[in-house]
Design a protein around this ligand. Structure first.
Ligand code: GCB
Length: 608
């Protein structure tokens, strides 16, 4: 599914801003469907409030019921479309696209259901042309019902627990259980847009690249929908807009002499070099000629695992970066440009060359910036907290395969994406996990042969059932925190053992995909005590000294947990969220940020 870009043949109407909103607080959370709230303006069904889109709804009001709400919420917006979109003789398609809404969505336009979608982190769209053509003068009323309930078969999984004891809980009381450590923010998290395409249109483009000597090869495939009679012409332009290669036909290879390669941040003075691939489709529609035009950024680079090394453009790449979350005050997981840019500026300041999209796919707008700035990405699916036995069953597996299809379809053309991660910390020691991960990983490799695939484990090296199928071992460990809390002196021996055992068994490159310690900014103690800035610093230094012994051998990366403090559900181990950030939730540095900055810049200078 192509990102909706404005081009000479495509128009775009962004629907960000204020929407009408109503949570269905009825006992069975189903009044909206019974009473068909989509049939008339939402305000006619009962009280509505204003709600910004994109944003999580949870932290927008002062109402704790809405903050912790589980069930259907209803969004509605009325928009006028440009008259030329609606004229009968105009053959363009009108598409409604939602960047993401967590978790289930059902969408109506003027009371007619146009689509539904399961999954909270990937886009979906509906062709609504036939509903609107000829409807001169009628506003377009878009209703989106969104439900955040997680079950053993959703991704991430969860379970609803009813509390039936009337002496302890009010009637009908239930809670949402999950096995992941971030707040289950919900709502319409990414932009909603209406866009047009011609009736014969570019449906998909797939690009893979290769390098031979100083020549870059760009293999492309264009899928056109709407007619069998069309021609495809492609032009590749450099940053200056000069044409560097052209091709005809929907499948082909472009050769770029003296190619400027896409390099990660800090591996060259000009990271993130992007060409622009212009795709033009001309079709005979019977009533005349139609043309569609789309441009796609292309980074020429290769990714390869060779022995114990991870190579980008044939050079060993060491991941020195972070794990992130889409998380911020007030807007929760809603796309927020100031936060996005601040985060990229902090990554650059830190000298971080990479991050993992822990624990779900991030906004497409963020992926575009990774391409542009040369930030390398391990692109993770929402497969976090797969810890219920039922979550390894066929229904879950089928859904996981579908999610991987949607994720690869969305992100396959990003040069910044160098590896897929299909899950984080599943119960991979369970017998069922072997078949499950073998299937998900081989499916992902069939979808994209050009990138390695992994998942992130915290199981023991001799218990993990999925490790035989991954290309890179990604291990999380929290020595002196969850294990032997307070005992900094065990870190080095335990970490050495961890690396050596995994390596002995699998002979694969290893990334330390999480390590860290909760830290309340401003808490100090020397000698270090848990939760102080000194303790976080000491944990980091102990881990780093082992990384330094092993990184010339088979350790190919270190990703701190976490870039910034983030919100979690309430619990006795979380003091207003997870505090393992090296930045606060407001993006101010703790002492550890300076430690890592020093280290990452040294690593960058030493390696290249
Ligand atoms: C982990 C999880 C991450 C948690 C982190 C922690 O292993 O992968 O989601 O937030 O530990 O701080 O507990």
């Amino acid at each position: 599914m192509l990102y909706p870009r404005e081009t000479p043949t495509r128009e775009h109407k962004e629907l960000s801003g204020m929407w009408s909103f109503r949570a269905d607080t009825s006992a069975d959370r189903n009044e909206g469907f019974h009473q068909q709230w989509y049939m008339s303006p939402l305000w006619t069904t009962g009280p509505v409030i204003d709600m910004p889109v994109p944003a999580s709804y949870n932290d927008i009001t002062q109402n704790s019921t809405l903050r912790d709400f589980i069930g259907w919420v209803w969004y509605e917006k009325e928009v006028w479309l440009p008259r030329r979109w609606l004229e009968d003789q105009d053959p363009s398609r009108i598409v409604l696209r939602v960047g993401s809404a967590h978790y289930y969505s059902v969408v109506w336009v003027n009371g007619v259901q146009v689509t539904q979608h399961e999954g909270g982190h990937l886009p979906y769209e509906a062709n609504i042309t036939s509903l609107l053509k000829g409807s001169k003068g009628i506003p377009c009323r878009i209703t989106i019902a969104v439900n955040n309930t997680l079950t053993p078969n959703t991704l991430p999984p969860g379970s609803i627990q009813f509390m039936d004891d009337p002496t302890r809980y009010p009637k009908g009381y239930f809670v949402q259980n999950t096995d992941f450590d971030f707040f289950n923010y919900a709502g319409i998290h990414r932009p909603v847009v209406l866009y047009t395409t011609p009736s014969v249109y570019i449906d998909d483009i797939t690009v893979t690249t290769d390098i031979i000597g100083d020549m870059g090869l760009v293999n492309y495939q264009v899928i056109v929908t709407g007619s069998e009679y069309y021609s495809v012409a492609v032009t590749l332009r450099n940053r200056e807009g000069q044409e560097v290669a052209t091709g005809l036909g929907s499948l082909g290879q472009l050769k770029v002499t003296n190619a400027s390669l896409w390099w990660p941040y800090l591996m060259t003075a000009h990271p993130g070099y992007l060409y622009s691939l212009e795709v033009k489709v001309t079709a005979d529609t019977g009533s005349g000629q139609s043309e569609d035009f789309y441009t796609l950024h292309v980074g020429i680079r290769t990714v390869q695992i060779s022995g114990q090394q991870f190579l980008i453009n044939g050079k060993p790449f060491y991941f020195h970066g972070v794990n992130k979350h889409e998380d911020c005050d007030i807007r929760g997981k809603g796309l927020d440009w100031p936060t996005v840019l601040k985060d990229f500026n902090l990554l650059k300041w830190l000298g971080a060359n990479s991050f993992r999209t822990s624990h779900y796919p991030y906004a497409e707008e963020i992926m575009d910036l990774c391409d542009k700035y040369g930030i390398v990405v391990i692109d993770e699916s929402p497969g976090v907290g797969i810890r219920y036995a039922a979550s390894f069953g066929n229904q879950s597996l089928e859904h996981h395969l579908t999610v991987m299809e949607e994720l690869v379809r969305r992100d396959k053309n990003h040069p910044s994406v160098v590896m897929w991660s299909v899950a984080n910390e599943p119960s991979s020691e369970l017998r069922e996990a072997g078949y499950y991960f073998k299937t998900v990983i081989s499916h992902t490799k069939k979808l994209d042969f050009s990138r390695p695939v992994t998942y992130v484990t915290n199981a023991r090296y001799d218990k993990d059932q999925g490790a035989p199928y991954v290309d890179v071992i990604c291990v999380n460990s929290y020595f002196s925190w969850y294990h032997d809390p307070g005992h900094l002196e065990v870190i080095q021996v335990q970490l050495n053992t961890q690396f050596d055992k995994w390596h002995e068994k699998y002979q694969k490159p290893i990334i330390q995909s999480e390590y860290g310690a909760d830290t309340i900014p401003g808490f100090h103690s020397d000698p270090p005590l848990m939760f102080t800035e000194e303790y976080q610093e000491a944990v980091l230094r102990n881990y780093h000294s082992v990384f330094d012994q092993k990184r010339k051998m088979f350790v190919i990366g270190e990703l701190i947990w976490n870039f910034a403090d983030f919100m979690t559900s309430q619990g006795i181990t979380r003091v207003i969220g997870n505090k393992k950030g090296i930045f606060t939730r407001q993006r101010q540095p703790k002492t550890s940020a300076f430690i890592l900055r020093d280290r990452y810049w040294k690593l960058a200078n030493e390696t290249w």
